[in-house]
Design a protein around this ligand. Structure first.
Ligand SMILES: NC(=O)c1ccc[n+]([C@@H]2O[C@H](COP(=O)([O-])OP(=O)(O)OC[C@H]3O[C@@H](n4cnc5c(N)ncnc54)[C@H](OP(=O)(O)O)[C@@H]3O)[C@@H](O)[C@H]2O)c1
Length: 327
């Protein structure tokens, strides 16, 4: 008999690919997904998956979900949002999932997708960064702060229990089914006709600053494979960095996604980041500026050698796949 996997956030960019990867595993009998929107798994050709509408802030709904599972995969999170709203859902909701999983009799394993952002943007972090470096987060970026806080809560809640805990730390996820990286680019929010004009004439393409910070990307299907492996592997529990091979520059991202790259001194971003960090009230979207401040290129040796993870797409392939899907 195979296992039942509960997935929070199956409707998201990673969730859709993760459920598809779990569906393909012989050792998985059943998948139960939970998120807030209405959703019909059969419309995606999934035969093992059922769905219940629910909010991770609703402790009873979470308890009912995890009580039926051998493995809990926690993906539900607010990535782009206000600092206050994201904190409310991410910190309270994630704690609900962790506590309910520990309290339930059936789950043996918990897989949590943290993020590279959990490490924080610290100049004394090694490059590339390995999993033994503390996930300190950076308080000036709400997402980084919350990812570090969730990892700390996970360690505290599961301490002394027999639950097998796998923490995946992906870099930015992209690909045809994960367009968020392109969607957040300001020129992609222009009305259709205006955007078409700017794209037709190279000089009208919006400028995009490149301070020289290298970026890693990972394809949604490769993250899904990592989640499916973590749900079923006999590799040791713990944290695993997840990123495609190689890096791209912000100029590569700009060119592929329809902007005009402009090299700027690295000091520009450091100064801007320092100013934004000191301002008392900053729109949450501006806090993403901090990710350009420091290189957080990850070493993925552990995922490859211990988890047996072999990404199919490099960072550059992932960017090309995303760009091709937009044309
Ligand atoms: N995308 C990336 O680049 C990236 C990189 C590293 C790590 N991660 C992490 O991977 C996880 C999944 O990311 P993603 O890219 O798939 O995010 P996403 O596309 O924004 O999807 C978020 C998912 O969470 C669900 N959700 C949000 N609030 C919820 C709530 N209160 N109750 C129940 N479900 C809720 C959403 O469904 P509803 O809106 O229907 O509720 C959706 O299914 C997150 O923890 C994220 O931080 C993502």
């Amino acid at each position: 008999m195979g296992i039942t996997v509960a997935v929070t956030g199956p409707t998201g960019e990673i969730g859709m690919s993760a459920v598809a990867a779990l569906e393909a595993l012989d050792e998985v009998d059943e998948i139960i997904g939970m998120a807030r929107r209405p959703f019909e798994p059969a419309e995606h050709g999934w035969s093992k998956t059922s769905y219940q509408q629910g909010d991770i802030l609703d402790r009873q709904a979470v308890e009912e979900l995890v009580a039926r599972a051998d493995v809990v995969v926690h993906l539900a999170f607010i990535i782009m949002g206000s600092r206050e709203e994201s904190a409310r859902i991410n910190l309270r909701g994630t704690r609900n999932v962790f506590e309910a999983t520990v309290a339930a009799a059936r789950p043996q394993r918990l897989v949590y997708t943290s993020s590279v952002a959990a490490y924080g943007y610290h100049s004394d972090n090694p490059v590339p960064i390995t999993e033994d470096v503390a996930a300190r987060g950076s308080p000036e970026h709400y997402y980084s702060e919350q990812k570090a806080a969730c990892e700390a809560a996970l360690a505290e809640i599961t301490d002394g229990t027999t639950l097998q805990v796998y923490v995946l730390r992906p870099c930015i996820v992209a690909g045809p089914k994960a367009p968020a990286l392109a969607d957040v680019m300001p020129w992609n929010q222009l009305p259709g006709p205006v955007k078409r004009v700017t794209q037709a004439l190279p000089l009208l393409k919006p400028p995009f600053p490149d301070p020289g910070t290298p970026l890693q990307l990972v394809h949604h299907d490769d993250v899904a494979t990592a989640i499916a492996l973590a749900a079923t592997t006999s590799a040791p529990p713990g944290a695993y960095n997840i990123a495609g091979d190689g890096v791209v520059s912000m100029s590569d991202v700009a060119r592929e996604l329809g902007a005009r790259p402009v090299r700027v001194p690295h000091a520009t971003v450091s100064v801007a980041s320092g100013v934004v960090a000191r301002l008392p009230f900053v729109p949450s979207i501006l806090e993403w500026l901090h990710i350009g401040r420091t290189s957080v290129v990850m070493d993925t040796t552990k995922a490859r050698t211990q988890l047996g993870w072999q990404p199919k797409y490099s960072t550059a392939d992932t960017l090309s796949e995303l760009a091709a899907s937009l044309r």
